[in-house]
Design a protein around this ligand. Sequence first.
Ligand code: NAD
Length: 469
Amino acid sequence: MTAPEPGRGPGHRAAHFPVADPATGETFGEAPDQSPEVLDDVVGRARRAWAVWRDDPDARTACLHAAADAVEAAGDRLAPLLTREQGKPLAESRAEVARTAARLRYFARLAPRTRRIDDGRPVRSEIRWRPIGPVAAIVPWNFPLQLAAAKFAPALAAGNTVVLKPSPYTPLATRLLGDVLAAVLPEDVLTVVTGREPLGARLAAHPGIRHVTFTGSVETGRAVARAAADPLARVTLELGGNDAAVLLDDTDVERIADRLFWAAFRNCGQVCMAVKRVYAPARLHAQVVEALAHRARTAVVGPGLDEATRIGPVGNAAQLSRVERVTRRALAAGARAAAGGHRLDGPGHFFAPTILTGVPPDEPVVTGEQFGPVLPVLPYRDLDEAVDAANATGFGLGGSVWGTDLDRAAATADRLDCGTAWINHHAELSLAQPFAGAGASGVGVAGGPWGLYGNLRPFVVHRPEGDGP
Ligand code: NAD
């Protein structure tokens, strides 16, 4: 459900904030800017709803299956709204809705396992799992629905209730999702709250919350961890990434170019585990640059609602400025744009898909997270050097190695300091895998059974074997 504004008389209208369409730059909707009183009320209700929800695993399973069906049935309403506020091509929004439903279905089928400890003592020790209480789910604007589901599906399956806060850039599809789910979930089990900051900070610090699960930037992740320290809530942080793709010298460039390009430019490059840097052997560097630049020049860029569009606008004006800033800086430092390198004229937050070469390795577009349609391609002479550079940014979300000899590629992938490594692919995730960044990319483990247990606490019972004393 979406949070109502309590305790106000008739005629009162709560504060709202505008929501812009990144394809036009214009406001097309608004969402409630919810007050601290609303938040207190929502968390209080979530706590009361928990008392019932936590006790009936069979009802939870049924509800989560019904929730998945309801999301799929609402796909034709959710996907266009998501594209409108976020910018991604409609096909990507439809895929995001499908992944949202898939997560609900996956976690509906998972249940924690009671385990016996057998350590030779005449005592039966049993580990059971208990839900922990209301969970705060705070998500960013790049995948509002599927990232929200990655948090609320395991939390609900574990028997917790959830207060979900989307980014103020993308509150509308999430509000609609909240309404769709309200039809199949018990009241107050999942509530969407919207607002500008400090709403997220208040939610992360709220004394009624027992687990804050956050996806977003490293900087905000630190603030969330500090906020949750006072009430001693559990924290799961899925943070930024600066994934490197390391190409080996036996790479068949034409064969992998499409896959590599889209691993960097899907969702306009606004993917935590997009390829954000390419390391190519010096011998192949020019060929790699040209293969990627050709695709950057010919990919159809436009509004996400146009069926022909493959790359939409950057998600919001602030992000566009950031992408432009790091690109201009690299160009001023001597880089060359083999494709793009600039904003596109006309309305909306469009930036030309950009391939950069000759980038000094200490430029922010290499060391930081550009989070946009810009990709530096760096040459290397020695593979050890490339692996060291891939591991040198402090991030550790994902990474990939590309080549023809799969054993050599796998041995190189083993040396990447990250949570997930791919060979000849990038950013393909299984619902059943653990998802955890190394270094600054995260704290805690999401995904698969690990995501479920991240929302539970162990409860251990020791009893003597036999009749006992
Ligand atoms: P962000 O950190 O600015 O915001 C994320 C969320 O936190 C938003 O809902 C925002 O309103 C809220 N927020 C802002 N200040 C807060 C505070 N002080 N306390 C609590 N909440 C607060 O991130 P963004 O710009 O929305 O998203 C892009 C970032 O997210 C990138 O760094 C990207 O890599 C990262 N990301 C990571 C993953 C992952 O799984 N590791 C997935 C997607 C995105």
